[in-house]
Design a protein. Structure first.
Length: 117
């Protein structure tokens, strides 16, 4: 079963930047990771989990309106890894961030991002 391990979260001031990473393990031989549509999701306190950015197998990307122009998703298929570059962070970006397939399978632990002065 594929598992996802997220890292890179932390405390940052408004306007700052963070880069999140996610490694997929347990991928079947033949590296089918390249075929996965991958995404970053987030869940803020008291709110439902939401999709914020996705990257398809062809490299095409889509973003939630709330992060468009500030976040950038990318992938390295040679390392089964997905990244999320987050710039111009706002307090409302505070959440636990998860990566997963689209549609999602089992969830990892996520990584906490806190934007506060």
């Amino acid at each position: 079963q594929v598992q996802f391990v997220e890292s890179g979260g932390g405390l940052v001031q408004p306007g700052g930047s963070l880069r999140l990473s996610c490694v997929a393990s347990g991928v079947a031989s033949g590296n089918i990771f390249i075929l996965f549509c991958m995404a970053w999701y987030r869940q803020a306190p008291g709110k439902e989990r939401e999709l914020v950015a996705r990257v398809g197998a062809t490299g095409s990307t889509n973003y939630a309106d709330s992060v468009k122009g500030r976040f950038s998703i990318s992938r390295d298929n040679t390392k089964n890894t997905v990244f999320l570059q987050m710039n111009s962070l706002k307090p409302e970006d505070t959440a636990v961030y998860y990566c997963n397939r689209v549609p999602p399978s089992s969830w990892g632990q996520g990584t906490l991002v806190t934007v506060s002065s």
